[in-house]
Write a protein that binds this ligand. Structure first.
Ligand code: AMP
Ligand code: MG
Length: 390
């Protein structure tokens, strides 16, 4: 048996970051920035008013000072002259601050009468002038790789980047195998069940940014599996579900081998999970997951998602771990890493009593996988433990 870490290291050798492509900014959300981009301008490009009021010289900011108003500066329409002692320009938020002015008296603190104003209060301590380049300066870069969150999309827009270099979406082909499986919505025969983890994995990998193709279910026959692999052509990653053990009907390995896969078969020391199959077929990486619904989903979280992230250029990292306080005592762990379905609430984590790898109802209630390392000793309530968020 090999450890989860060793298995993941082997899987990373099967893949490489994909190439980049340029997409319009409006379609870049959630994608991975593939190359660093540089601001083309200062923001703001001029000293800008942060308030509605009057642009003046700070020396004139005294109670009772009377100033004559020369004109107006609005957002998008500057005042061309300059402001001297005893003078003011009516100004609005976002407008360029006129030359000579270094202070905005907010309109609430000013009495206006015709073209004259009088400073009524000087409680404000801020000049309300945003110097040019306060937010960022031309030449400032956003470093790749980076997931383009809504916040970063806004920053890119402000930097005047209209086309963004992002990593191409991995094309993932999902093959469910099993003569007992039908698609949701179909009428199952008496001995049949509905393919479930297939849809869970699709959702998981799409959330990461992959394009996922659901191929027709392959029955446990060689021709059906050959057809499925044929349909997977062009994929960057082929994920099979089920049929990867050593039973008489587990034919995925045989067909993958026919197609030239250097078959790597790992007995991974983890629960839930079974032997995992992996290799390369043509230009694609291939990973064969166990069919048990929870095993497939946990292996998706622990192995497939890190592979997809690495393909998207985010580096070779295991599923992110965090720490929480254990809410109850738990017994010592056996020789395999255990990913216990658990609920995290208010910083406290509680594993479910039922940990059978067929129970999707339990997985659906879980929001964390409590991580037990091999041979972890018994743990007491109140101890720090690590978990993988779901
Ligand atoms: P296998 O890995 O093919 O031996 O399957 C292990 C168990 O998982 C069996 O009970 C299968 O019926 C079930 N199973 C396999 N594939 C799926 C799937 N895509 N969705 C739900 N259950 C599955
Ligand atoms: Mg099967």
């Amino acid at each position: 048996m090999i450890s989860v870490e060793a298995a993941l290291a082997q899987l990373f050798t099967l893949i490489a970051p994909l190439e980049s492509e340029a997409v319009p900014l409006g379609e870049a959300a959630g994608r991975v920035l593939a190359k660093s981009v540089t601001a083309k301008r200062d923001q703001p490009p001029f000293p800008a008013s942060a308030m509605d009021g009057y642009a003046i010289q700070s020396a004139d900011f005294k109670v009772g000072t009377r100033l004559s108003v020369l004109g107006e500066a609005a957002a998008g329409a500057r005042f061309d002259g300059s402001v001297g002692a005893g003078q003011a320009v009516r100004i609005f938020t976002g407008a360029p601050v006129p030359q000579g002015a270094d202070w905005i008296a907010i309109q609430e603190d000013v009495d206006a009468a015709g073209t004259q104003i009088t400073i009524r209060a000087v409680t404000e301590t801020s000049a309300y002038v945003r110097p040019a380049g306060t937010d960022f300066k031309a030449g400032q870069t956003l470093q790749a790789p980076l997931i383009l969150t809504p916040q970063r999309i806004a920053l890119l827009a402000s930097m005047n980047i209209s086309e963004v270099p992002v990593t191409r979406r991995p094309d993932v082909a999902l093959i469910s195998t099993g003569s007992e499986l039908v698609m949701p919505g179909e009428t199952p025969g008496p001995d049949q069940i509905i393919a479930s983890n297939t849809f869970g994995l699709k959702a998981m990998l799409e959330q990461l940014g992959a394009t996922v193709r659901l191929l027709p279910i392959a029955h446990d026959t060689l021709p059906a599996l050959r057809t499925a692999f044929d349909l997977a052509r062009g994929a960057d990653l082929i994920v099979t579900i089920g049929g990867a053990s050593v039973g008489d009907h587990d034919l995925v390995g045989d067909v993958a081998q026919e197609l030239g896969m250097q078959r790597a078969f790992y007995k991974v020391a983890m629960r839930p999970g079974k032997p995992l199959m992996a290799g390369r077929i043509g230009n694609a990486a291939m990973i064969g997951l166990p069919g048990n619904p929870v095993s497939a989903m946990v292996c998706g979280t622990v192995f497939v998602a890190p592979m997809v992230r690495a393909m998207m250029g985010l580096g070779q990292h295991p599923a992110p771990h965090q720490n929480a306080v254990l809410a109850q005592d738990i017994p010592a762990n056996g020789p395999r890493a255990h990913y216990m379905r658990a609920v995290l609430k208010g910083g406290q984590i509680t594993p479910f009593k039922r940990q059978d790898s067929a129970l999707l109802s339990v997985l659906a209630e879980a929001n964390a996988l409590l991580l037990r390392t091999p041979h972890d000793c018994a743990r007491k309530a109140g101890e720090q433990v690590s978990y993988v968020p779901l």
